[in-house]
Design a protein around this ligand. Sequence first.
Ligand code: ADP
Ligand code: MG
Length: 399
Amino acid sequence: MKTVGILGGGQLGCMLSEALFNYGAKVIFYDPEPRSPSFHRSAKHFCGAWNDRKLLEHFFSQCDVVTYEFENVAVNLLTSLINKTQTPLYPSENILAITQNRIQEKNFLLQNNFPVCFFKECNSLEDFLKNMQLFSFPYIIKTVVGGYDGKGQWLIHDKISQDKFITEISANEFTPYIIEEKINIFCEASCIVARNLNSDKVCLPIFDNIHKNQILFQTHIPSHLPENLQNKLTEIAIKAADKLNVIGLLTTEFFITKQKSSNKFHTECIDGFYIYVNEFAPRPHNSGHISRNACTSSQYDLLARVLLNIPLHTPKIFSGHFCMENMLGNIWLNEGQQKNLNLKSWQAHPNVTAITLYGKEDAQINRKMGHFICHAESYDLCNLYANNFREELNESKKH
Ligand code: ADP
Ligand code: MG
């Protein structure tokens, strides 16, 4: 029986553990949060800081293979743990070094001729002041490390917001940023590739993603994008997984626009749609939750198979349309900080076919606390059912 270590015990790690248990594996979690919901799931866990070398070494030494749902562990520390314990990390620390740093990631895209939006890296205030002049409003500034769900990002609309940002960063020690053109997005999409030790690859279908406030709001499948375009996205995602030599999962996030950018960087155009790679995630992805209900193999199942060396099968979509919608802490706070969500209204919504709650104790604004799935005959009906259910969840306090 294999023991798999998971760095990070959030919802991604928890759902991965379910898939690993299906194949009889043991799972050990490592997470700094003592109330991590993952700690109820496995017989053994380690609670320690991300830089606690001694504890991490102990954790690695207990595992046959380690993977991660949390991407911000120092790569040099991971490298020394792998060398010391001889426990492999999948996907490898070299991939993490690229994907945890937006400059490395964008430069990887540029160097390998992947389509990427116009960006400039800024390693000093002087760089920043010079480079910002290359962008017209609106543009986006992002921290190089540590951002997620839109955190560490600033949309600069005009000279006033630009001046405000400059005043703020001038008052503090400079941390590196990238500046990106703002894409006029027609659709966001993701493609998840699973790749194993034999370099066999399978892909989940293309997911259409809708964001609100830079946080994933809904994922829909099947994708409504033209087939040619979907094939191109899959081809790019596979090429990236091969180039990075991923053992595990690689999610590629795409921006699709109908407006050609004036930038000189590489872009791909299919039938009037321009494609840009936004970023990679070498782990299960929020958009991939939908694969648990809508596909013959989920992203978690595929990763479990790679980690346990079980052959992969190409996932197929079940018939009909599916929509996954994130449930944020706002719903819980609406209900007056109750720990248990009031799910009475679910009874009246038979097309809401699944609800997954993550067991997080503190509801916070914009914190991902769970998600629900709708299944219907069409995209429009899925949307309608999701809207109705969301409205009732948000209203339930008043009943
Ligand atoms: P993270 O997911 O790590 O928070 P992203 O770079 O994926 O960071 O940004 C989150 C969301 O913000 C994207 O999915 C997209 O909706 C929006 N966004 C980010 N960069 C751009 C851009 N250059 N143009 C338009 N929208 C963007
Ligand atoms: Mg993203």
